[in-house]
Write a protein that binds this ligand. Structure first.
Ligand SMILES: *Cc1c(COP(=O)(O)O)cnc(C)c1O
Length: 399
């Protein structure tokens, strides 16, 4: 039984990456097996989290670790840990942070929105973000100057969402914070490098279990034993509302345990094949330039960057993306990666395709480009208003 038709959901093909709004990623078979096996059983959660602690330590090279609801929860709870330590009374007092250190230094160019504002994940525990530097430029002296007796943590974000140049490099960021006795938390939610941030000296590194790892929705908190323990104890406080169940913990453990043994080269070869297939065909269209593009933060993955000359292609990049996403008889609805569509390009991300879907994607893009080529008028809606239209559509939920 197709689960989508059971819930009256339209079929979609995900070429946008690991998006929460689309169900994140394809869970690995061994993850699904572990989740199914644990769901009917009682377990002692502290012991299951001890098992997670060992799995995270092995995978991330950290002293300790635990599983929480999401990387976003991990941000809030690890900052809370720096504020309260393992004092259970203080943990119950949050988010009232009076008398506690509560400032978190973070570069302005790192204050992203990953579905919710990063700044809000900081505020949730009673802390507040102290922005360091300007949007496109930050300096070590600014970070040093922002740290004072109220500073509880320094937060560093590794992501394609952040400003990609002019920022303080991680090593320098850690050195400055540590020189002032401030722990460093690295939000590496989407980064394949499980060991590098801890190895570089981060006190906590955070990952999403449901992204590249192909685990269930959960967050992985790796770090020093004292901070991980203090973060885990937040489950008796503000962490309660960010609870992860046994299925999330078990699935994340298995995703971590099997990560190293996966054939990463084979995955890359497969994805390279999809990209080349799309690239060769799409480059035959006037006004379309398709290039294989490496991930900006160095993750071992590539995407097809499709640049659209709106005059020659007779369609804008955003109209093409919107057309692909609509249902059309005989074709798959394709959700593309379009954060930068106003700059006349978008991406097709191959990392979440089921076998055969690469053909459906190609057929649909070809169909839309053919349609644009022969349409009586060029397809060119103004970009301004597109976001407002999407916001209005979102606000109509649930109807
Ligand atoms: C995805 C992402 C998050 C949020 O992760 P969740 O586990 O979905 O909460 C936070 N930060 C960055 C950089 C991300 O890419």
């Amino acid at each position: 039984m197709n689960i989508r038709s059971r819930f009256s959901l339209r079929p979609i093909v995900n070429t946008s990456g690991t998006m929460t709004g689309l169900g994140a990623s394809i869970a690995r078979p061994e993850v699904i097996e572990a989740i199914a096996a644990i769901l009917p059983q009682f377990v002692e959660i502290d012991d299951l989290q001890r098992c997670a602690c060992a799995a995270i330590a092995a995978a991330c090279g950290s002293e300790a670790g635990y599983i929480t609801a999401s990387a976003s929860a991990g941000i809030t709870l690890s900052i809370a840990a720096t504020m309260t330590g393992d004092d259970l009374g203080l943990i119950e007092r949050l988010p009232d942070s009076a008398s506690l250190k509560h400032e978190v230094v973070v570069q302005t160019g790192h204050l992203v929105n990953y579905g919710a504002p990063l700044d809000q994940a900081i505020r949730l525990c009673g802390a507040r973000a102290i922005a360091v530097g300007a949007a496109t430029e930050a300096h070590g002296y600014q970070l040093a100057g922002a740290i004072n007796s109220r500073t509880t943590a320094a937060l560093f974000v590794v992501s394609h969402h952040t400003q990609q140049y002019g920022m303080i490099p991680l090593e320098e960021f850690i050195a400055i914070a540590h020189a002032k006795g401030v722990p460093v938390i690295v939000d590496a939610a989407s980064e394949y490098d499980l060991k590098g941030f801890i190895a570089a000296g981060a006190d906590i590194a955070l990952y999403s279990a449901h992204k590249f790892l192909g685990g269930p929705t959960a967050g992985i908190v790796a770090g020093s034993k004292a901070l991980v323990r203090a973060a885990y104890f937040q489950n008796g406080g503000i962490g309660r509302g960010m609870k992860v169940g046994k299925e999330g913990i078990a699935g994340a453990i298995v995703a971590l345990q099997t990560w190293a043994a996966r054939d990463h080269q084979a995955v890359r070869r497969l994805e390279r094949g999809y990209l080349t297939l799309w690239q060769e065909r799409l480059n035959l269209f006037p006004g379309i330039r398709a290039q294989i593009d490496a991930d900006p933060t160095g993750n071992p993955l590539e995407r097809l960057k499709i640049t659209v000359d709106r005059i020659a292609a007779r369609i804008t990049a955003w109209d093409l993306v919107d057309a692909l996403a609509r249902s059309k008889p005989g074709y798959a609805a394709v959700i593309a990666r379009d954060h930068e569509a106003e700059q006349h390009f978008f991406f097709l991300d191959p990392c979440n395709l089921h076998p055969g879907e690469e053909q459906l994607v190609l057929e649909r893009v070809v169909a839309e480009l053919e349609h644009a080529r022969t349409a009586p008028q060029p397809i060119a809606t103004p970009f301004s208003g597109r976001d407002a239209g999407r916001t209005a559509a979102r606000r109509r939920w649930p109807d």
